[in-house]
Design a binder for this molecule. Structure first.
Ligand SMILES: [Zn+2]
Length: 319
């Protein structure tokens, strides 16, 4: 582990000597990468492409590669002391092989305990944040950041990754208590599953609102048709989602806007009778009777059974 000495100190990270200045510099660079990533991902509706990651724009005319060029999971830029990003490829929205006790586990690069794993271990020793890239389609990722390597499980050949600042300080990440486990599971849902659902849904709708076609990723949400508290129908699958702008999402959730199982938008009858400014008129009343915008892929379209379940509730509320 790292050993802080005095000013201008040296850290013993494996056999490599790293000065405090160098660590500070890497923190700043990573902060800059993550700030820019936040903006880029938001504009894209929660995802980023391999192409963008290959020459990621850091502003001021500079770019940096954020993913390995040859498809390796661990990206170790030559000029950095530690790993910058890791890729994980869940097979689908239910694939939780990587989660154990609420904590994310990342396999060593096959072949040795050293090699590319060394720099990932160093990220742990130097407390440097990294980016987790969750692959949701070929060449499409939902980035999760900052994440931290908190434990090296040499026996299992796995690193334990904290998906959130708050999970960095567990006393024993290899043996979480029941409470810690429950907490970690909640964080996993917030940090992995919800952003993945959002990324998959908004992407399926080509980054547009299904009601009004607004095309700004920053203003789009992935709405559930059946709430995720419903064990039968509430799964985080694209066919249980709708890409909606924040206005239409809220209107849908508050019962001002309904969607029939035949993909038609309806507005609450009382709201239709109101007289007010352009937002009410254009944003809501004129949506009445519009066809819902649908994903190109049939498999991504909203499930009619789920729409019917939800529509029955809208009908009851606005009757
Ligand atoms: Zn909209």
């Amino acid at each position: 582990m790292m050993r802080a000495v005095e000013d201008r100190a040296v850290f013993g990270a494996g056999e490599v000597v790293v000065t405090q200045d160098a660590v500070h510099e890497e923190h700043e660079l990573r902060q800059r990468v993550m700030d820019r990533l936040t903006r880029a991902v938001s504009a894209n509706g929660g995802v980023i492409s391999r192409e963008e990651l290959s020459a990621f724009d850091l502003g001021g005319g500079s770019t940096r590669r954020l993913v390995d060029a040859y498809g390796a999971g661990i990206w170790n830029p030559k000029d950095l002391k530690a790993t910058l990003s890791i890729v994980s490829s869940p097979d689908g929205p239910y694939d939780d092989r990587e989660i154990d006790g609420g904590l994310f586990r990342y396999d060593y690069r096959v072949g040795s305990t050293q090699g590319q794993n060394t720099k990932l271990r160093r990220a742990m020793e130097l407390d440097l944040p990294i980016v987790l890239l969750r692959k949701i389609a070929p060449g499409v990722f939902v980035p999760v950041f900052p994440v931290y390597v908190v434990e090296d499980d040499r026996e299992a050949h796995q690193f334990v990754i904290a998906l959130d600042e708050s999970l960095r300080f567990l006393r024993d990440p290899l043996h979480p208590t029941t409470d810690e486990r429950r907490y970690a599971e909640r964080i996993t849902k917030q940090r992995l599953h919800q952003p993945e659902f959002r990324g998959r849904v908004i992407r399926a709708y080509s980054t547009r609102c299904a009601v009004c076609r607004l095309a700004h990723g920053e203003l789009l949400d992935a709405a559930h048709i059946v709430d995720d508290s419903d064990a039968d129908l509430g799964q985080p699958v694209v066919s249980n989602g709708l890409s909606l702008c924040t206005l239409h999402h809220r209107a849908y959730d508050r019962g001002f806007l309904g969607i029939t199982p035949d993909y038609e938008v309806r507005i609450d009858s009382a709201l239709l009778d109101e007289v007010d400014g352009p937002m009410l008129r254009h944003g809501l009343q004129e949506m009445h009777g519009q066809r819902l915008g649908l994903p190109a892929r049939r498999v991504d379209r909203p499930d009619r059974d789920r729409l019917a379940w939800r529509w029955a509730r809208f009908g009851a509320a606005s009757a």
